[in-house]
Design a binder for this molecule. Structure first.
Ligand code: SAH
Length: 221
């Protein structure tokens, strides 16, 4: 057995444990989502220096002061979007590209914005290495403004903490459409699930979370 093959086998076993203990045991039930997270090699989205944490139950550093979210949080946010496979999804905060890969497995197309150019470049490389770049486009942009070029979106996922729900994101959301976003202060936030339907907007909190701050025009100064 080659070293690479042994590592791939070990990662597959760790991935199975992550899906069983961190996701299924905590109420993540979407079969397509569990299958995607069982399949996508998360270790390819974590830098060499954090690789031992690829399947840990916590966020991991990805450089530039940013983190790849805890697997459970990625799963929870994705489950809240209730994707059927036909959607165009906007992600704000591409980071490592891992969540974009998960969204890409469950939707038709993903546009993922990242404000730090070096991270966007790294994410493109990670997505390519994982064979997940076919329907995922990574753009360097201030996603707090949304991304008018490909709007409107069936679903929007924001991976950084916002002081308020940015108006542009609501405007770029289709009707019907769903948005998940952590809203609160710099210390802690509520994960808000916003549903646009029949011309009305409803939101509910899906639990307490801690995200890195949203920067840009509608983020924190
Ligand atoms: N979804 C990511 C986690 C991202 S962490 C993953 O799976 O790895 C949040 C990311 O949001 C950071 O990379 C940060 O640089 C980025 N970010 C913060 N403000 C942003 C903005 N206004 N537009 C786009 N990206 C932003």
């Amino acid at each position: 057995m080659t070293g690479d093959h042994a590592i791939a086998l070990r990662c597959a076993a760790e991935r199975q444990r992550m899906v069983d203990r961190q996701l299924r045991a905590r109420g993540i039930h979407s079969p397509a989502l569990l299958a995607a997270m069982l399949e996508i090699p998360r270790e390819l989205f974590v830098p060499e220096t954090s690789r031992a944490q690829s399947y840990s139950d916590e966020p991991a550093p990805i450089g530039h002061g940013q983190t790849i979210s805890q697997p459970y949080i990625t799963a929870l946010m994705t489950q809240c979007l209730e994707l059927q496979g036909t959607e165009t999804v906007l992600e704000v905060g591409c980071g490592s590209g891992y969540h974009a890969a998960v969204l890409g497995a469950l939707a038709a197309r993903v546009i993922s914005t990242e404000i730090i150019p070096a991270l966007a470049k790294q994410a493109r490389g990670n997505l390519h290495a994982a064979g997940r770049d076919g329907n995922v486009t990574v753009l360097v942009a201030d996603g707090s403004e949304g991304c008018a070029e490909f709007a409107p979106y069936d679903a929007i996922s924001v991976a950084a903490a916002a002081p308020l729900i940015p108006e542009h994101l609501l405007e770029q959301l289709k009707d019907p459409g769903r948005l998940v976003i952590p809203v609160g202060d710099l210390e802690e936030q509520d994960l808000m699930v916003v549903v646009k339907s029949g011309g009305a907007i409803h939101s509910r909190a899906a639990g307490g979370v801690r995200f890195v701050p949203l920067r840009g025009g509608h983020g924190w100064r």
